[in-house]
Design a protein around this ligand. Structure first.
Ligand code: AOF
Ligand code: ZN
Length: 315
C-alpha cells in the first residue's frame, strides 16, 4: 500500500526540511535533520534541528519543546529516526515514550547502524511512514548518502574560466577571472563542504587560505565548521609556511612520497598509490569517506580537475 499525504503533511515536512537546512554548515559529519511536531488541533507544538555531531538529534529537541503536547500529535522528520545507541540514545525510544499519534519521515536512513527506525515503530504499533519529500531530504544530505552508499564522498568541482575555456593566462598574471558575487558564493559552497581539495600547483602558485569566510546577504555571521583542507601533493612539496596551515582545522597531505616533512601539528601526511597521472584519485576519495568526509569541494587547476572528470569521479 502506498501512503497518501495531505497538503498539510507536505507543508509540515517542508518546514522540517527548512529547519534541517539550518544545520547546513555545522552538523558535519552527521546529517542535517529537522523535526516538527503538530498537535491533533493542527498547532505546531515543537520544532528541532540537529546542530552538531554529538549533540541531541532533531527529534529529541522537538519532543523536549513540545513536552506533554506531543501526546497524540504527528512528528514530521526529514530523516528516518535512529534506533541505535550512538553518541546519543535512540530517537525511536523517545518517540514511543512521547505517545505520539503518528510519525512521518522523509526518507530511510542510509547509515546501516542507525537504520530501521520506521519498521521498529510500526512493530510497536505506531502509525509511521517513509517517503514524503524524499528527494529533497536526500539532496540536503547528498554527501552523507553518497558516503554511506558508495564509500566515496560527493564531489563538487568549482572552476573559474573564461569564455574560451581557459583558466589563467600563461604568465599567471590573471589571478581573478570571477567577479565578487561568484567569489562570495564560493564561501557558501566551502562552508557546507566537509573538505576542500586542491593540488600542489595551486598551493605553490596562489598560496590560498582555503577557509570559508561566508556572509549571508543579511550580514549575519553564521556558525561554520571549517572544512578540512586536502592537498594532493605527490612529492610532498607543500611549504610548511603555506597560508592554508594558518586556521585551526585539519590539513591532510596525500602523497606517494616517503619523505617525512616538518608540518604544523594539525597536519596528516597520508601515503597512497600512484598512477600514470599522479595520485590514485579513487584511493584518495575512499580514504576521505573512511574518515567521514561527506562533501568535497575541488578548487584546483585544470590538471586535477581534468583527471577527476576523466575518471568520472565528479558529481
Ligand atoms: C544526527 N542528527 O537529528 C538524526 C540522526 O552518533 P549519533 O548518536 O549522533 O548518531 C548519528 C546517526 O544517527 C546519524 O548518522 C544518522 O544515521 C542518525 N540520525 N543523526 O546526527 C539527527 N536524526
Ligand atoms: Zn536519532
Amino acid at each position: 500500500m502506498t501512503d497518501s499525504y495531505s497538503g498539510d503533511d507536505y507543508r509540515y515536512m517542508a518546514q522540517a526540511l527548512a529547519l534541517a537546512a539550518r544545520g547546513l554548515y555545522t552538523t558535519d559529519p552527521n546529517p542535517r535533520v529537522g523535526c516538527v511536531i503538530v498537535s491533533q488541533q493542527g498547532m505546531v507544538v515543537g520544532e528541532g534541528w540537529h546542530q552538531r555531531a554529538g549533540e541531541p538529534h532533531a527529534e529529541l529537541l522537538a519532543l523536549r519543546a513540545a513536552g506533554r503536547k506531543s501526546e497524540g500529535a504527528t512528528a514530521y522528520i526529514s530523516l528516518e529516526p535512529c534506533c541505535h545507541q550512538g553518541q546519543t540514545p535512540p530517537c525511536t525510544d523517545a518517540l514511543l515514550a512521547a505517545k505520539l499519534g503518528r510519525v512521518v519521515a522523509a526518507c530511510a536512513d542510509p547509515n546501516p547502524v542507525a537504520a530501521g527506525g520506521i519498521a521498529l515503530l510500526q512493530k510497536a504499533g505506531m502509525p509511521a511512514s517513509l517517503g514524503l519529500l524524499a528527494d529533497q531530504a536526500r539532496a540536503l544530505n547528498c554527501g552523507f548518502f553518497k558516503r554511506m552508499r558508495s564509500g566515496r564522498p560527493y564531489v563538487r568541482l568549482k572552476m573559474a574560466m573564461s569564455l574560451d575555456g581557459r583558466t589563467a593566462l600563461n604568465n599567471a598574471s590573471s589571478r581573478w577571472i570571477t567577479g565578487t558575487q561568484a567569489r562570495s558564493d564560493v564561501h557558501h559552497w566551502r562552508a557546507r563542504s566537509s573538505a576542500i581539495m586542491t593540488g600542489i600547483q595551486t598551493v605553490l602558485m596562489d598560496d590560498p587560505l582555503l577557509n570559508s569566510r561566508y556572509r549571508p546577504v543579511d550580514g549575519s555571521e553564521p556558525q561554520i565548521k571549517q572544512p578540512t583542507v586536502v592537498v594532493l601533493d605527490s612529492h610532498l612539496r607543500t611549504p610548511p609556511a603555506a597560508k592554508l596551515f594558518n586556521s585551526q582545522r585539519p590539513v591532510w597531505l596525500f602523497t606517494t612520497s616517503n619523505k617525512k616533512g616538518e608540518f604544523p601539528l594539525n597536519t596528516e601526511v597520508i601515503k597512497v598509490s600512484g598512477t600514470a597521472q599522479g595520485l590514485n584519485l579513487e584511493e584518495v576519495l575512499q580514504q576521505l569517506a573512511a574518515w567521514a568526509i561527506n562533501e568535497v569541494l575541488v578548487e584546483a587547476g585544470s590538471t586535477l580537475a581534468g583527471n577527476l572528470l576523466q575518471a568520472k569521479l565528479l558529481d
